[in-house]
Write a protein that binds this ligand. Structure first.
Ligand code: TRP
Length: 341
């Protein structure tokens, strides 16, 4: 049987997943998990790069993230869910890869620059945080991934990974490392409910996959629409109107959305009524996820088993890749030195 191509992707366990994650990458992972040999990383070591003072928060979110994965439909019989910190091979690999890139190249990363600003790291950024994109390269290459389904904000990390692979293969005259391809969601960046920026936990404008009906209702009610649309009969604007952005992304019935748009622009469709439609659509997306999450939550032992199993299998694969890389870099001493492990 031909070997399946490999997917490697993951998220930081620093909070619950939201609708932005869902359309940005989770849907793609669920769709492709059977076709690809899929590894999904709970990136706890990366989460510590900006939460090192708060390790309990990271640890508490590890199994929560696994629950989110299972709730959206990641199937543990084919996808391997694993914990980054438990695969030391990845950190060893990162050490060797550090030789293949310049500090300037690592620093050239719009996502990290934005994060530094929002975290107040501009004056003095911790080295671990500054270098995390290179560690992420090791995550990707450590599995010799072919495809990496992620949100658009991860594009710079993928570019760096491709640079490192190219440099490695050229330097050591080999083709052992696959060129990883990013796979972004079709929706691009999902706006937050405030309409001002992308959906993000730190901006407090996110709808979480685990939000209950009441919370969801409140968030939809406060969603940004058209500030000029005051009376029901006023004509309203579609551009920049978050309710319509969400309807475009989440409502399967495109003709229905088109009808709503026409009505809204003409006047006579009130915001409350419009939001009622969106609420129904979002409820139909989130309620099955919420229910599945509740079921898995009652089976903690099973979830732990899934993650242990995934971590063991992931480690096996990373071990193999690291060993091939070390051979190319002439760091293989098995024949002359015996170490007991
Ligand atoms: N940087 C990703 C995030 O912030 C998490 C991550 C860590 C990741 N390692 C990865 C994603 C490797 C894809 C591939 O969510």
């Amino acid at each position: 049987m031909k070997n399946k191509k490999v997917i490697l992707t993951g998220d930081r366990p620093s909070g619950q997943l939201h609708l932005g994650h869902f359309v940005g990458s989770l849907k793609n992972r669920v769709k492709l998990q059977k076709e690809y040999d899929t590894y999904i990383m709970i990136a706890d070591a990366q989460a510590l790069t900006d939460n090192f003072e708060n390790p309990a928060k990271v640890k508490d979110n590890v199994l929560e993230l696994a629950l989110d994965y299972l709730a959206v439909g990641i199937d543990p019989t084919c996808a391997k869910i694993f914990i980054q910190s438990q695969i030391p091979e990845l950190f060893e690999l990162a050490t060797y890869f550090l030789n293949l890139v310049s500090i300037n190249r690592i620093g050239h990363n719009p996502t990290v620059k934005e994060e530094c600003k929002s975290k107040g790291f501009e004056a003095s950024v911790p080295a671990g945080f500054y270098l995390y994109p290179l560690f992420q390269v090791a995550d990707i290459v450590g599995f010799n991934a072919d495809l990496v389904p992620v949100g658009l904000d991860q594009a710079p990390m993928l570019e760096l990974a491709r640079d490192v692979v190219k440099k490695f293969n050229a330097t050591y005259k080999t083709e052992i490392l696959n060129m990883p391809e990013p796979l972004f969601g079709t929706a691009g960046r999902l706006s937050g409910v405030d309409g001002l920026a992308k959906m993000s936990k730190s901006l407090g404008n996110a709808i979480y996959l685990s939000d209950d009906s009441d919370v969801l209702k409140k968030k939809v009610r406060m969603m940004y629409t058209d500030p000029g649309h005051i009376k029901v009969e006023d004509p309203g604007k579609i551009e920049g109107n978050i309710v319509f952005e969400y309807l475009d992304v989440f409502c399967e019935d495109k003709a229905f959305v088109m009808g709503l748009k026409e009505h809204y622009q003409r006047g006579g469709l009130g915001d409350m009524k419009l939001k009622g439609h969106l609420l129904e659509v979002l409820e139909s997306v989130i309620s099955p996820i919420r229910e599945k999450r509740e079921q898995w939550k009652n089976e903690t032992g099973e979830v732990q088993k899934i993650v242990s199993n995934g971590t063991n299998l992931a480690r096996e694969r990373a071990r193999g890749l690291l060993s091939s890389v070390k051979k190319e870099m002439l760091i293989d001493y098995e024949e002359i030195i015996k170490i007991s492990t």
